[in-house]
Design a protein around this ligand. Structure first.
Ligand code: SF4
Length: 432
């Protein structure tokens, strides 16, 4: 008789891209004789999948390692595995010296070998449970799924550690992406959210030129109601991408396009490969050509050399180009990056003041724009607990639609709703 399968739990930090990697590792381990269980329910192994692209993420990762090390020392778990960006960014001997209770470090490049590496650690030679075909384990609700279409990044923005951590950009083939999309459909996905470090670079390594619009057209043939494009790199937005978003009804009229700043001098220092004239020209086209176009973006505030005038330039831009969802982050100096060696650093207290000013401005702008939505109707994908989303909101990062009469609603179904009021960044709605 085969011995019982060792139980493992996972903790996934960071963004949706890490979550997709976590799902893949869970899948491989379940096929290799391990069994997933909830944290704190008798597991022998805990896998911490990490983020470490900025200092705040490193701090969070290290706090989690310390906490899990204590669980191990107290005898609650036997093996502690740390995977992902953190062990990819730093040298293993240094990490081992800092955290001696970690049993295994797995970099992003080695994640596909998680099964072999963990087996070598856990199984005593011949006593190994039989491998089994286990259904893929989703860590998100079944009605939406993240489709990761490529790994790594070649853009080398001057503030970013990701090209170093995640390596060169490598696309999945369109066949692989479509196969994954169909698998997610079989689990009940109503929305496919296309992600990568830079989705618009997709295909460059396969076809010799970025071919993201072609992939979106292929994906639109899949029988799913919504497809949402995220992590768009502005300099690669062209007429073809805009026309796909305009003409393909399954594509949400929504774009997640992190722009980081609008001042041309700062964009050049950030190595973003476009200037403000280009940025505003694509936004003009997106707003002119796509009815009810919405977008989310992020700003980095306090990049070296940023002045009060540059912040005012950002705020004027916000008034001119309505940003539906905005994330505003303080510049984080990362040792290995080019921007860490730049002059004219901005004082952290000044950065915080600037962020407060920008977000106050955004709140006022969004409140006015949201008020203009009162009385309008939308299809809402219901998430449960009285909350849902329209095409204007991505899960986890954007605002929500709050519905009162939700007792009979089924999570993962679509319902028509009418917006009735504004509540902070959220909207209240009634069912039609
Ligand atoms: S596009 Fe720039 S910010 Fe985004 S992952 Fe690549 S290098 Fe980093």
């Amino acid at each position: 008789m085969s011995p019982p399968k060792p139980l493992f739990s996972v903790v996934s930090l960071g963004c949706a891209r890490t979550l997709v990697d976590t799902e893949k590792m869970v899948d491989l381990l379940q096929q290799g004789g391990f069994q997933l269980t909830a944290e704190g329910s008798g597991e022998r192994i805990t896998i911490l999948n990490t983020c470490s692209f900025i200092q705040a993420a490193i701090d969070e990762t290290e706090a989690n390692i310390r906490q899990l090390s204590e669980r191990k020392l107290a005898g609650h778990i036997k093996y502690l595995v740390v995977a992902g960006c953190y062990p990819s960014r730093f040298k293993e001997p240094d990490l081992q010296a800092k955290f001696p209770d970690v049993d295994l470090w797995i970099t992003t490049k080695d994640e596909m070998q998680v099964q072999q590496k963990l087996s070598a650690l856990v199984f005593e030679k011949k006593f190994r449970p039989a491998s089994a075909s286990v259904p893929y384990t989703k860590l998100t609700p079944s009605h939406f799924a993240y489709l990761k279409i490529s790994e790594g990044c070649n853009n080398w923005c001057s503030f970013c550690t990701i090209p170093k951590i995640r390596g060169e950009h490598t696309s999945k083939t369109s066949e692989e992406v479509i196969k994954e999309a169909n698998l997610q459909l079989s689990f009940g996905a109503k929305e496919l959210i296309v992600i990568a470090e830079d989705t618009t670079a997709w295909g460059e390594d396969i076809y010799g030129k970025p071919s993201f619009p072609m992939l979106l057209k292929e994906l639109a043939k899949v029988d799913v109601p919504w497809i949402r494009a995220m992590y768009i790199f502005p300099s690669r937005v062209d007429a073809e991408l805009i026309s796909v978003l305009r003409d393909e009804p399954k594509l949400c009229r929504y774009m997640d396009m992190p722009i980081q700043h609008v001042n041309s001098m700062l964009l050049e220092k950030m190595n973003r490969k476009h200037d403000k004239v280009f940025l505003t020209s694509i936004l003009d086209k997106l707003f002119a050509e796509i009815p009810d176009f919405t977008w989310r973006t992020t700003f980095i505030v306090g990049f070296p050399g940023e002045t009060e005038e540059h912040v005012q330039e950002l705020m004027d831009f916000m008034s001119q180009y309505p940003i539906t969802q905005l994330g505003c982050f303080p510049y984080s100096e990362e040792r290995e990056t080019r921007s860490a060696r730049m002059a004219d650093k901005v004082d952290p207290a000044i950065i915080q003041k600037r962020i407060r000013r920008i977000m106050k401005h955004q709140y006022e702008l969004v409140t006015k724009r949201h008020e203009a939505l009162i009385g309008k109707t939308f299809d809402m994908l219901y998430e449960g607990n009285g909350e849902g989303r329209t095409y204007r909101e991505a899960p986890d990062v954007d605002g929500r639609i709050l519905v009162k009469q939700s007792e009979s609603l089924v999570s993962g179904n679509f319902y028509p709703v009418k917006i009735t009021a504004v509540k902070g960044y959220d909207l209240l709605a009634t069912l039609l």
